[in-house]
Design a protein around this ligand. Structure first.
Ligand SMILES: [Zn+2]
Ligand SMILES: [Zn+2]
Length: 361
């Protein structure tokens, strides 16, 4: 079938919306008519090649839509189901069996190559069209069944795509990777989608205090609206000293969600003893950070987290239900754009004037 998709060709060319021929679903695949797709910083970083994946590629990895056709081996989904798309995994390796699909043995091949695991691409051999299992900057995506997570029809479908990456990463890190609990103190660096989702997740868990660090005042304001108890700017005063003061000696947990290399060190220095720091920000390739071992002694640790250590099949419907209960009001920082305006949306996201752009297909 003929679809429309936005292709990323090189850093110096804007996204171009063109028509492509998409294959029919294979036995274990699902064709999804995309309703909307969030734009994540990772999409922009790949297009700009600060994350160096092969181009040309159809990007987009926060898609939501409706199942339009299914392969003959698919039993858990049917035509007309509403789905949120997420990363692909094999379903067979030891990490998949432990419900940790983002550490699947085949994660890189299935999500970052733009190709199926057999090296083919649903569009053609030259153009990657399986980015993070989906390539959702398109009218339609052909995905593996494990990438399509069914949600109920009562949810606003065109808002739901970011549950598959940004929301899952931010909330999942608080719930699963850090296992934060009531009364735990937490410091969150970066008030983008992931950081703000961590704020909302921390509030749900009953953490206190919840400290957000971001240089932009309007982002700090949104974080305070969503549940942060303190908001700090890295440009005024010593952030670490302020966090030690607010928490009475250090934060039980910290989350680095800004992608700014200078925040990595701050997120370690502000920890209590013991304390854990989760690193989520996509720092540029070849980012090195000197590690002062004094900041790791006494039970402190640092871990890199992908997709919030979440099991998407259970966690995405759970996030949708939290949203329905009013506990994840992320629409407060969403701005919708027509698909045709993808380059404007990217530009405004890079400038920081919009936090979560969503393209309406
Ligand atoms: Zn993402
Ligand atoms: Zn696996």
């Amino acid at each position: 079938m003929i679809i429309r998709a936005a292709i990323a060709i090189s850093p110096d060319q804007p996204f171009q919306i063109k028509e492509f021929e998409l294959e029919e679903p294979r036995k274990d695949e699902v064709l999804v008519k995309i309703s909307a797709s969030g734009i994540c910083h990772t999409d922009i970083a790949v297009k700009e090649q600060s994350i160096n994946l092969p181009l040309p590629m159809i990007l987009g990895h926060e898609g939501s839509g409706v199942v339009e056709a299914i392969g003959e081996n698919i039993s858990e989904l049917k035509i007309g189901d509403h789905v949120v798309l997420t990363s692909d995994s094999c379903g067979l390796c030891s990490r998949c069996e432990k419900k940790l699909p983002s550490y699947c043995d085949e994660f890189v091949e299935r999500n970052l190559s733009g190709k199926r695991i057999d090296g083919t691409s649903p569009i053609n051999s030259v153009i990657g069209s399986r980015f993070v299992g989906q390539s959702s900057f398109a009218s339609h995506s052909l995905v593996s069944a494990r990438s399509a997570i069914k949600i109920g029809r009562s949810h606003p479908l065109r808002l739901m795509g970011p549950l598959g990456c940004g929301l899952m990463t931010g909330v999942g890190t608080v719930f699963h990777a850090l296992e934060a609990d009531s009364g735990d103190s937490i410091a969150i660096f970066g008030a983008g989608t992931v950081g703000l989702s961590s704020v909302m997740g921390s509030l749900i868990k009953g953490c206190y205090p919840i400290i957000i660090v971001d240089p932009m005042s309007y982002r700090r304001e949104i974080a305070l609206e969503l549940g942060a108890t303190h908001a700090l700017s890295p440009e005024t005063g010593n952030v670490v000293a302020q966090i030690l003061d607010i928490t009475g000696g250090g934060a039980d947990f910290s989350i680095e969600a800004s992608g700014n290399p200078s925040a990595v060190g701050l997120s370690l220095k502000c920890l209590a003893r013991p304390g854990w720091s989760a690193q989520l920000g996509a720092t540029p390739a070849q980012t090195f950070h000197p590690l002062d071992m004094d900041h790791l002694g006494f039970g402190r640790g640092i871990k890199g987290v992908v997709m919030g250590d979440a099991y998407a099949k259970e966690f995405i419907p759970f996030l949708a239900s939290l949203h329905q209960e009013g506990k994840l009001p992320f629409e407060k920082f969403v701005k919708e754009y027509k698909f045709e305006d993808i380059n404007t949306a990217v530009q405004e996201s890079q400038q920081g004037s919009v936090i979560k752009p969503i393209l309406i297909m």
